[in-house]
Design a protein around this ligand. Structure first.
Ligand SMILES: *[C@@H]1O[C@H](CO)[C@@H](O)[C@H](O)[C@H]1NC(C)=O
Ligand SMILES: *[C@@H]1O[C@H](CO)[C@@H](O)[C@H](O)[C@H]1NC(C)=O
Length: 420
């Protein structure tokens, strides 16, 4: 699906790039017969991003049957230029520059047609635990402690550490509600919450049934003992590993059944430096979002920067530990102002403005900027390298133009091109 979307942009730009006024029948003669579709439903499907926020209609959609088809199309698009459109195998050893550049590269350097992912034996079961905090600094201290254990033996750490923020009571009993069962609804008001906001730490421990009886309980207990959550707020469930991996899909099915899936998703994903996360809490969770319906989960968890390969194109804050804060919102057209796309998009801007004013140097994960200046600012000291890689691997700027990082450049002969 991702391949298809990228190609639609490439085709779109191909037409512009070579300055042709093609109609769809001519387009079909480009030598990829039978694979280019101008069927309105194909074109429509490929026109929208997954968040249903932006729209760019391609002339055609390619249905490649092999990586060679993709390469052929790109080569055709480069016909007037530099002879790109090669099939390359990349790894840490082979073409390492391109290998690292495409990771987090926002589609700027190539089209990934195949990936090899290493596997390992799966555990059988998962003990899945949620505990609540009203004290933000106790919450972050525990989360940071838990991720500091990553080098320890498996028995002395959790396998998964995440968390989320609860600013309105509806959420806690609804979202992925198998956890907080209806027989046992959590009342925020009954907990001593700090400014009406609660924080939920979510942790898991994988195990095999054969070793289950004693050790899993003991290991979990001794880890929990070191944490400072609200003592009466431990929610535990136990499930097969596959069901744990599939948990988001289950939530998707539930939302789909209520018609709440194919709606716009004005998500905001931020990397917040650890030194400023308390300021962020005061200004955003307890400020801008406080008491408003949040229209979706707000994830929060810290990460170790050294787990991110600095050779990749992803940009992270300049601190050893930083937080992901993900506002995974769904906009609804139900007449409630605070759930509307406009309201939520405004709130996103307000949050970014707050960070800017408060000197919180956040980095957006998967941002949507519209000028190169903003992108330069985003990449910071990684910009020069990003730019260099672009010159090397896509010198005519035809890949993923929708990101608006580089404007396509044209051969001087293509004088028919108007600006767009
Ligand atoms: C919140 O937790 C921090 C760190 O554990 C502690 O120093 C502080 O006293 C707590 N605040 C309240 C109001 O309990
Ligand atoms: C949402 O929160 C903001 C900031 O706390 C507040 O000014 C606004 O009135 C709230 N909106 C609604 C509809 O509750």
């Amino acid at each position: 699906m991702a391949t298809k979307l990228l190609l639609t942009f490439a085709i779109c730009r191909l037409i512009v790039t070579v300055g042709l006024t093609l109609d769809p029948t001519e387009l079909l003669r480009l030598g990829v017969d039978g694979q280019l579709s101008v069927d309105p439903s194909d074109v429509e499907t490929a026109s929208l991003d997954f968040g249903l926020l932006t729209r760019a209609e391609p002339l055609a959609v390619l249905h490649p049957s092999s990586a060679a088809d993709v390469a052929h199309l790109v080569k055709t698009a480069y016909a007037y230029g530099y002879g790109k459109g090669e099939l390359l195998t990349c790894s840490e050893e082979q073409n390492p520059e391109l290998f690292h550049a495409v990771l987090g590269g926002l589609g700027q350097f190539g089209i990934i047609t195949r990936a090899r992912i290493s596997l390992e034996p799966a555990p059988q079961r998962v003990r899945w635990i949620r505990v609540l905090y009203s004290n933000f600094s106790a919450f972050t201290r525990d989360q940071e402690y838990l991720i500091s254990l990553h080098g320890k033996p498996a028995s002395q750490k959790f396998d998964y550490v995440e968390g989320f923020v609860i600013v309105d009571e509806g959420l806690i009993n609804n979202w992925r509600s198998s956890f907080f069962s209806p027989q046992n609804p959590v009342k925020i008001s009954s907990l001593d919450s700090d400014g009406g906001v609660l924080y939920c730490l979510e942790i898991t421990k994988n195990y095999h049934e054969s070793t289950a009886d004693h050790t899993i309980d003991q290991e979990v207990e001794s880890l929990l003992k070191k944490l400072n959550f609200i003592p009466t707020s431990v929610f535990t469930t136990d499930l097969p590993y596959v069901d744990f991996l599939d948990r988001v899909h289950k939530a998707e099915l539930k939302l789909r059944s209520k018609g709440l899936w194919e709606v716009p998703h004005p998500w905001l994903n931020l990397f917040v430096p650890k030194s400023k996360i308390a300021d962020f809490d005061k200004g955003v969770f307890k400020g801008i979002l406080n008491k408003n319906k949040t229209s979706g989960p707000i994830l929060i968890y810290p990460m170790n920067k050294n787990k991110w390969d600095q050779r990749s194109s992803v940009v992270t804050p300049d601190e050893e530990v930083f937080y992901l804060v993900a506002l995974l919102r769904s906009a609804l057209d139900n007449g409630e102002e605070t759930q509307s796309l406009e309201y939520l998009s405004n709130q996103n801007r307000q949050i970014l403005r707050f960070c800017d004013d408060a000197g919180i140097d956040v980095k957006q994960y998967l941002p949507h900027y519209t000028t190169q200046e903003e992108w330069k600012d985003h990449f910071g000291n990684k910009w020069d390298r990003f730019h260099k890689m672009k010159m090397e691997f896509d010198p005519r700027h035809i890949l993923a133009t929708g990101q608006q990082i580089f404007r396509p450049t044209f051969a001087s002969s293509s004088s028919k091109i108007a600006s767009w």
